[in-house]
Each structure stands twice: as C-alpha cells, then as structure tokens.
Design a protein. Structure first.
Lengths: 265, 267
C-alpha cells in the first residue's frame, strides 16, 4: 500500500543518472584509446591513406569488362558451388537438426550433435576451405565441401530450434493413431516446420553465394581466384568490374529468395 | 445446395496460384541443382587419395608446436582488438544511417532509400573484399582489418537498428512532442529507452560474428590471427596451423559464452 500513497524516490527524478553505466562508458573509452594505439591508428596513416585511396579509386574507373569470358566462367562456377553446397548442406542438416532437437531425441543423442553443430559453426568457411584444399586438392570441390560444413552449422542449429518450438498437440494426435516414428515426423512435424525450413535454406543460399565468391582466394574455385589475381596484378579496373558483377548477382539472388520465402509463407 | 453436395466438396490447402508457385520453386531448384552438378568442374583423380591426404593432414598437425603458442596469442589479442574496435566504429557510423533509414524518424522516402542503399552495399561486399580495398588504402596491417570489419558491419547493425526504431511505440514519442520536446530530446528520451535492449543485443551479436570474421582477414594481409595462420600455411608447418586453429576455436567459444551471459544479465 505504501507504494501507492508515497511516490518512490525514482519518481521525483525520472531521468536519474546511472553511475554504473557512466563508469562502463568510461572503461569503454579508455579501452578504445588503448586498442587504437595498438592497431596503429595515427593521423599520418589516415592522411597517407586518403591519398592512396584517391589513386586507388582513380585506377578502378572505368571498370574493365574486357575479360568478360573469364568473369562469366568464374561467376558460373561460384553459382554451381553455392547451389550444390546449399542442396547437400540442407539435406545433411535434416537428420542433424532432427538429432539435435531436444524434444524429439534423448539427451545422449542431442548433446553430442549440438557439439558437432557448434564445431561446424566455429570456423569461418574460408578456413574450412583451406583444410579441404589440402585434403582434396584445388578446385570447386574444396569450395563445395567448405560451404557444406558452413551450411550444416547454420541450418541444423536453426532447424533444431524450429523443431523444438513446434506444437506438441499435432505430434501427440498423430502418435495417438498408432503411427510409427517416421509417420510422426512426416505427418506431425514436417507440416509445422517446412515454411521456416525453406526460409533458412534460401537465407543459406544467399550466404553461400557470398562465400562462394570468396573461397577462390584460398584455391576453392569460383570467381574469387580471378578477383584475387586481378588485385595482385594491380588491375584495379578488372577488380571493380568483378565486384560490380558479384554485387548485382547477390542482389538478384536476394530478390529470388525473398520471392521463394513469400511463396512458402 | 444439398447436404451431400456440400459434403462432396473437395477441400484444398492451397490456392491454385500458390500451388503453381510452389511447383515452380521446386522445378527451379531441381533444375539449378541438375545443371550445376552436370557442369561443375571436378577433378576426380584428386578424390582418390583424399582419405590418405586427410590422414596425412591430421598426422602433421599432431603434436602441436608449443613454440608457436606465444606469437599466436599475440595475434589473437590483435584479432580481439580488430573485432571490438571495428564493431564500435561500425555502430558509430551505423546509428546516424539507421536514423535516416527509419521511416518514422526520417519521414523522407529519398533519404530512406539512400540509407538502405548504404546498407545493401555494405552487406553485399564480403569482409575479405573490404579488407583487400582497405589494404590498398592503408597498407597491410590491422588498421585495414579494423576498417574492413567496420564497413562490413554497417549494413547488418544499421538495418537491424532501423527496424528496431520503426517498431518502437508511438505513445511516448507523441507525449514528448506534445510537451514541446526538441527532436534531439525525442530521440534520447523517447526512442533510445525503447530501442536500448535491441541495440545492445545487435551490438553483441555483431561482435560475436566479427570475432569469427576478423580471424580470416590476415589471409589478405589485414592483420590479426589470420597472419599467423597464413605464415604457418605458407611454410606448411601444419603443427603450427593446428595451434592457430585451436586458438580460434577457444576464442570463438569463449566469445559465445560471454555474449550469452552478458545478454542474459543486461537484457
């Protein structure tokens, strides 16, 4: 009752100072100054950088599409890598995600699977690509394998979470008819998670497309190799041409995947 | 209509148009897969010795090279600096652009579109490409890496921040405007308390992503633990590569634990 009759101290000061937060901001500021000095932030480097940047941009224009055949074949390979990696990754994520769902699986299956998913997600696809280039040699296959690992790490996690959020009623209803485990999955679980699953898959396709343009830097096939070579040869106009193609490709892919998500809403 | 006619009616889950679109999606997906599988350039000879190569790889990685732990830790600290400072710069740059992109804060379609264009550009260019560009500008080193991380993150943080702003409740903002508050006061006292949880969660989420991303920037000379990785790879010292990979794994897991605990306590 006393709360109602006597306004608390906070009410007289609606915008009271939060000293904890202020100390936090000060610590952050001190850290930033220290970190910037460690990272080599300095006025000379910025002024020199602006000069370099101007020369760099001047050499990029106009974009040089003269080697369009090379660009086209590289982009085609990047697309192939992204499509195959997404399909294989999604197919493998189905059982992995299912095994990681705690509401359908016992703990001795779900926890090791979750550890495996976390391991897949820990490394950047480029690092995984390096290992696969060593294991299966240069070329598109190494890129495909690296992106499959990345896809499993991403989709399985989201898929497992989607399965854990489903309504148990439909599953129980199907189970009550005497259905086996597989029928429960197909009739009780699948209709509830399919739209979200298609959503994850199309997001992953976008993400794989971005990364498939990069795995070439470490020998994993695709347009990345041409991009990196052009950069190392200081052919910055070719670099710009490749970047324009990559960015437009990714934008088209985002529009297409947005459409796919709408269809399956 | 008689009762039997009503019973005989066939119920369908989807309209014909949606069924057609779904079918088109499946057809398109399968066609893309088949074409890709048929045309992709794979050298089967490389596959025959893959298991042997894999065994060789892990054989060379073990035992780890303890002498490489010290340089690895040093570059690991640099990676953490790159990720953190890069995230802070990204947020500083993304907040004004996010304000421009939010339709309720900036009621001007041209400015909204301009801000969205900045986000799309930032997100479409991979962090490795940003790193290449900034290496050309600032020269090799962590400075280039920090800016690569920052520019790459603007799109992600700004887009989510603008969405959080657009979802904020109009009531308190109208109350402030009615009391005669200035635009700045409305932002600080009206919008900020509403978007603060979203803001911190976006910042933490991006920091977590940036730690993974900044680990590879060194491959193109932009500083961080990737430089240690690149050196070891070029010299084919796989026992040193294993040290670096283990360090990345540990720091990624630690970052995830930090983010989860901080999020649980702050939000």
């Amino acid at each position: 009752m006393s709360d109602v009759t006597q306004p608390s101290a906070d009410r007289s000061k609606p915008f009271a100072a939060n000293w904890g937060a202020r100390i936090g901001w000060c610590v952050l500021a001190v850290y930033l100054v220290y970190a910037c000095s460690q990272l080599g932030f300095s006025a000379e480097r910025f002024s020199a950088g602006i000069e370099h940047g101007q020369r760099f941009i001047a050499r990029m224009f106009p974009p040089n599409f003269g080697r369009w055949e090379l660009i086209a074949s590289g982009i085609a390979e990047s697309l192939q890598i992204a499509v195959i990696a997404t399909f294989a990754g999604v197919l493998l994520s189905l059982p992995v995600g299912l095994m990681a769902a705690r509401n359908l699986m016992p703990a001795w299956i779900s926890w090791p699977t979750r550890g495996f998913i976390a391991l897949c997600r820990s490394f950047h696809p480029i690092i995984v690509a390096i290992l696969f280039v060593k294991a299966i040699g240069f070329g598109a296959l190494a890129g495909v394998m690296a992106l499959i690992v990345a896809s499993i790490g991403f989709i399985s996690k989201l898929f497992a979470e989607a399965i854990e959020e489903i309504s148990a009623k439909q599953v129980e209803a199907v189970r009550a008819t005497g259905a086996g485990f597989l029928s429960v999955l197909i009739m009780g679980v699948q209709p509830q998670v399919l739209p979200r699953f298609i959503g994850f898959a199309t997001y992953q396709l976008d993400s794989n497309l971005r990364n498939s343009t990069m795995v070439g830097i470490v020998g994993g096939g695709g347009i990345g190799a041409s991009l990196f070579t052009a950069y190392q040869r200081f052919d910055f106009d070719v670099v710009l041409a490749i970047l324009i193609v990559i960015v437009s490709l990714i934008m088209v892919a985002e529009i297409v995947s947005g459409w796919a998500r709408q269809v399956f809403q | 209509m008689t009762v039997t006619a009503r019973l005989d009616r066939e119920w369908q889950r989807f309209t014909p148009m949606r069924r057609l679109s779904r079918f088109a999606f499946y057809l398109f997906a399968v066609a893309a897969l088949v074409v890709s599988l048929q045309t992709i350039d794979v050298i089967p000879e490389f596959l025959y010795d893959a298991p042997a190569q894999m065994a060789d790889l892990f054989g060379r990685m073990w035992p780890l090279d303890p002498s490489y732990i010290k340089p690895t830790l040093k570059s690991l600290v640099e990676t953490l600096h790159i990720a953190t400072v890069g995230t802070v710069i990204a947020i500083v740059l993304a907040v004004p652009v996010g304000l421009l992109a939010a339709r309720n804060v900036t009621p001007n379609p041209a400015l909204n579109l301009f801000a969205k264009f900045i986000f799309v550009t930032s997100r479409s260019i991979n962090s490795l490409v940003w790193a290449l560009l900034f290496v050309a500008v600032f020269g090799p080193g962590p400075l280039a890496g920090t800016f690569a991380i920052a520019f790459r993150s603007i799109g992600f943080t700004g887009k989510l921040f603008a969405e959080a702003l657009e979802e904020s409740n109009r009531g308190s903002i109208e109350a402030l405007t009615a009391a005669g508050a200035s635009k700045l006061s409305t932002l600080v006292l009206g919008y900020w308390p509403q978007v603060r949880p979203a803001f911190w969660s976006i910042a933490l989420f991006r920091w977590d992503i940036n730690i993974r991303e900044s680990a590879v920037l060194g491959l193109v000379g932009a500083g961080g633990i990737g430089v240690a990785l690149d050196t070891a790879l070029d010299l084919l010292y796989w026992d040193q590569v294993a040290v670096v990979l283990l360090a990345i794994l540990v720091v990624v897991i630690l970052a995830e634990i930090v983010v989860t605990t901080v999020r649980a306590r702050v939000l």
